[in-house]
Design a protein around this ligand. Structure first.
Ligand code: PMP
Length: 352
């Protein structure tokens, strides 16, 4: 009998991404939009003709790239799309680093980044954030990595990189700098205008958060034409499916006022929620995203007690430099009242 095929050594010890799931009355654990999808996208999905799904979507979704370019303020040639920004990040690692080379980042960050590095045969090189929470530019630069990854705002902390630190990184990094703006719509600052100055900057963004389309999996990358052309080669032809393409186009062409209004509301709710949490004695980190990260001791106990009250938050254990924490997505204020009531009840039980 032949032996079982052996997976590549790089896969040893990797675990599948497997967040806690299952029915729960209020799930604020995954940073998706708690306001639901863009209404125009929802209408477009209902109207997709069943006939059209027997054919492939456009191999090169030009109309979608043009709409994304208009939205972001770049040219269509500077846009590449993917099956979620996950996919664009994964393609970037494959397109711009040789096996064995390093991908540098400050930890903790988006948990899939080191996994994508490993499965692409690269070396994840995490360095700590500075004690003040900002990027440690010196440490990132000294990795001399082919790719340096910065999520701004960062997940799971919510913190935006300071302009000074990211400017310094962009001015000195030898390789590609990937700035992940999955939460860019909720932030103070986007780095898209800096694309003109830095040809080694690639920005990834998504319709999963501000547009409420996480289930459709539409992400995109913005960069210099030559960078984007390399990604288009690695990406393969049909990453954005036909239904997602229609919905994304509808959201981008008909629903930007809706997206902007929900984004503004999310930012207001975030600050209001942070103030209420401080009143309860908790200390949320400053956030430029649609979620708050709250360091606590014993996050697993908090998570279990909140779940027992019908609220699922993300439990984060032993984050480098932070310890345990809870991550709570922001949504309409009435749902935040439910979260706050559950948190207050847990505090009343004596958990801190
Ligand atoms: N980057 C960051 C920082 C994220 O938090 C996420 C999703 N949680 C992604 C990228 C991927 O998002 P998507 O694939 O839905 O675009």
């Amino acid at each position: 009998m032949r032996g079982l095929p052996v997976p590549r050594a790089a896969l040893a010890g990797l675990e599948r991404y497997n967040p806690e799931a299952g029915a729960c009355p209020l799930d604020v654990s995954d940073n998706t939009s708690l306001w639901g999808p863009s209404p125009a996208a929802e209408r477009a999905v209902r109207l997709v003709s069943a006939q059209s799904i027997s054919r492939y979507p456009p191999a090169d979704p030009r109309a979608l790239c043009a709409a994304l370019a208009d939205y972001a303020g770049v040219t269509p040639e500077q846009v590449v799309t993917g099956c979620g920004s996950d996919d664009v990040i994964d393609c970037t690692l494959r397109a711009f680093a040789e096996p064995g080379e390093a991908v540098a980042f400050c930890a903790p960050t988006f948990s899939m980044l080191p996994t994508f590095a490993r499965v692409n045969g690269l070396r994840p090189h995490g360095v700590p954030f500075r004690p003040d929470g900002d990027l440690d530019v010196e440490a990132l630069l000294s990795a001399r990595a082919r790719i340096t990854y910065v999520a701004s705002p960062n997940n799971p902390t919510g913190r935006e990189a300071s302009a000074r630190a990211l400017e310094q990184l962009l001015a000195s990094a030898e390789g590609l700098v990937l700035v992940d703006e999955a939460y860019g719509e909720f932030a103070e600052r986007s780095w898209v205008p800096s694309l003109q100055r830095f040809p080694h900057l690639l920005i990834t963004r998504t319709l999963s958060k501000a547009f409420g389309l996480a289930g459709l999996r539409v992400g995109y990358g913005l960069g210099a034409e030559r960078v984007v052309a390399a990604l288009a080669l690695v990406r393969g032809p049909y990453k954005v499916n036909a239904v997602a393409e229609r919905a994304a186009l509808a959201a981008l062409t008909e629903d930007l006022p809706w997206v902007r209004a929900r984004t503004a509301e999310a930012r207001d709710v975030r600050e209001r929620l942070a103030a209420e949490l401080r009143r309860v004695g908790l200390s949320p980190l400053p956030s430029g995203a649609n979620f708050l990260c709250i360091p606590v001791a014993h996050a697993a106990s908090w998570g279990a007690r909140l779940l027992a009250r019908g609220v699922r938050v993300r439990v984060l254990r032993a984050l480098p430099g932070l310890g345990d924490a809870l991550r709570i997505g922001v949504g309409p204020w009435d749902s935040m009242e439910v979260v706050l009531a559950a948190l207050r009840a847990v505090v009343a039980e004596g958990l801190r």
